[in-house]
Design a protein around this ligand. Sequence first.
Ligand code: TRP
Length: 329
Amino acid sequence: MKDKKIILSGIQPTGTFTLGNYIGAVRNWTKLQEEFDCIYMIANMHAITVRQDPAALRKNTANAYALLLACGIDPEKSIAFIQSHNRCHAEMNWVLACSTQFGELSRMTQFKAKSEKHPDDINAGLFTYPVLMAGDILLYQSDLVPVGADQKQHLELTRDIAQRFNQKYGELFTIPEPYIGETGARVMSLQDPTSKMSKSDENPNACIFILEDKDTIIRKFRRAVTDSDTCVRFAEGKDGINNLMTIYSAVTGKTMDETEREFDGKGYGDFKTAVGEAVADHLAPIRERYAQFSADKAYLEKCWTEGAQKAESIARRTLSKAYRKVGFN
Ligand code: TRP
């Protein structure tokens, strides 16, 4: 029997990661590697549910993979692969689609939001996206799935699909649970701290990209929106400062109390600069490793090829069982 629980998560290859992706997700993924059997996937099949430039997708996928390694995902400890390299995902998608109801998919809030955003391309893939995601999770008999709030509903649906399949055809799938990390800090926009940090924000000062240089990072933090109080403390109504304190805590490990004491009697200016510096220093080694990995195409290809082989050997077993259960000869 397996002794460690299985964790699976995926991230879409959309250019570079933001500080929000990093603190909210990918950094926690690296910590989980010690305790669990982890499988991390670049979800390039999910990416084509919205229109993509093929050359850019190819490049973004490779870069996202390099970035995973740069952030500390260890391809010896974990399985790190690119979704389209493992054909089982497409095949499982079909089987599960036939155990998913139209009505269920129609209720997905992300589908509604994305169809409003792209009214000229409401394709069937966008609609069945959660089924593909269910396959990602169920193929590996995952116990735990670290997901952000925006993917919770998809995970709920995955559980429903798995339970329904198990009932109809006999026990096959492990029913996955959401994994809620210790802090799982939510990083907010530096320009509007009531909304989530997003790479699509029109204001370039709202979002930190993890490969940005030190000066840019510090400059953006210095421009961060705060409040008219002057005291660095974590409190209701101080969204801007709360966000900066959360980020500071995430990169330095200091508690809110320690931070309040550290900046006692100092102004917001000093604090913002300190947060900017701490973030830039924390990200510097990632930038360095990223530069190394992305310059070494042979190494990257070796890692993702091996990752896909390992992923496929696990997924293939589950897929074969599913095929047998539904009555394929
Ligand atoms: N849909 C997820 C997102 O957009 C990415 C993803 C794809 C994923 N497959 C997954 C996340 C499986 C967790 C588990 O963020």
